[in-house]
Design a protein around this ligand. Structure first.
Ligand SMILES: NC(=O)c1ccc[n+]([C@@H]2O[C@H](COP(=O)([O-])OP(=O)(O)OC[C@H]3O[C@@H](n4cnc5c(N)ncnc54)[C@H](OP(=O)(O)O)[C@@H]3O)[C@@H](O)[C@H]2O)c1
Length: 316
């Protein structure tokens, strides 16, 4: 078969002929139909993801859509290096397969499941969002942030505020259902966050770093009831891996900071949440900008620049 192959953490993967995978006990062979080039895939291929073990060569790709030998159309996720979905074939534990409903094409599912899952876990499972509650999405302009806005709406949020940098993408976020958007690059970003998001119940945070420090200060400083619980769920760290958290913030407001990702959610809970999400997607009708690229062009796809909120999907 052919696969994308990473042989050095400093170079993009190359389309290469490799031996077919041999399924182990409890595994089945899946013919890959589409695989998303998510930030998680890039960091895995660069050896910088927090789960990376430094072993090469590896096939990149954390998840994908495929067809089993007996004809099921499935989604699968959680692949661990050196095994990846950017290949003609992949061996996957049978228990991890998620049957896909009709109504969504392979490429859309491959594009949305990873970013949508980050929002689904954060909103439903980590924050326990209740209908009517208000949500702030930090980093709403990215793929995951845009899906967080759509899923917050789907789950019955009463108010949704999106904050991000890219102005064109912020306009899209508004069209996707945000009641208000805040440009994080504006000189008065803190004042605008305080005005639009003072009393949110849940923050889904894809940025961390300095923008999170600013947003945390703005929101906690403006609450009309500081004792009202604020659930702040960290999901991504596109702006930096650390924050400084002033001790007083934790005393003067009832803020609960948690995270959502591989490790803080068990593999079994992850598969069960994927099944919930797959079943919900036809009703959500997720809107996503996708660039579809043949797998044989993986090397060029790696270096391609795309507009904010656009996902590359590779098709064998
Ligand atoms: N924990 C999980 O389960 C999980 C799952 C999926 C994704 N993630 C993580 O979530 C993050 C977002 O994923 P994605 O798929 O949405 O990626 P993406 O489509 O590449 O979007 C990146 C987002 O980060 C923003 N950004 C980048 N650098 C920034 C900076 N210096 N300051 C402020 N904002 C910045 C971008 O803003 P602009 O476009 O406005 O410039 C955009 O909103 C990534 O870190 C990813 O690894 C986590």
């Amino acid at each position: 078969m052919h696969a994308a192959l990473v042989t050095s953490f400093d170079r993009p993967p190359r389309w290469t002929e490799v031996p077919d995978p041999e399924p182990g006990p409890g595994e089945v062979l899946v013919h890959v139909l589409a695989a998303g080039l998510h930030p998680r895939v890039r960091s895995g291929a660069a050896g910088t993801h927090y789960t990376s073990d430094g072993v090469l060569p590896l096939v990149p790709g954390f998840d994908g859509v495929g067809r089993t030998e007996d004809g099921r159309r499935v989604f699968f996720a959680g692949l661990e290096a050196p095994r990846g979905s950017m290949a003609d074939l992949v061996a996957v534990p049978a228990d991890d397969l998620v049957d896909l409903p009709e109504g969504l094409d392979d490429v859309t599912v491959a594009a949305v499941m990873n970013p949508a899952m980050s929002a689904w876990l954060a909103l439903r499972h980590r924050a326990g969002l209740r209908p009517g509650e208000a949500v702030l999405v930090l980093g709403a302009t990215g793929n995951a942030g845009r899906l967080a806005v759509q899923l917050a709406r789907h789950l019955g949020a009463g108010r949704v505020v999106g904050a991000g940098r890219d102005p064109a993408s912020l306009a899209v976020v508004r069209r996707l259902g945000a009641d208000a958007v805040v440009p994080l690059t504006a000189d008065d970003a803190a004042e605008r966050l305080a005005r639009e998001a003072a009393d949110v119940d849940v923050v889904v945070d894809y940025v961390w770093g300095a923008p999170t420090e600013g947003a945390l200060a703005a929101v906690t400083g403006a609450r009309s009831d500081p004792a009202h619980l604020l659930r702040w769920v960290h999901v991504g760290a596109t702006a930096g891996p650390t924050i400084t958290l002033p001790a007083a913030t934790l005393r003067k407001t009832n803020v609960q900071v948690s995270g959502s990702g591989q490790g803080s959610v068990s593999p079994v809970a992850m598969v069960s949440a994927l099944r919930e999400l797959a079943a919900a997607l036809p009703q959500v009708r997720p809107q996503v900008d996708v660039v579809t690229t043949p797998l044989r062009e993986v090397e060029a796809a790696w270096g391609a620049t795309t507009a904010s909120g656009t996902r590359i999907v590779l098709v064998p």
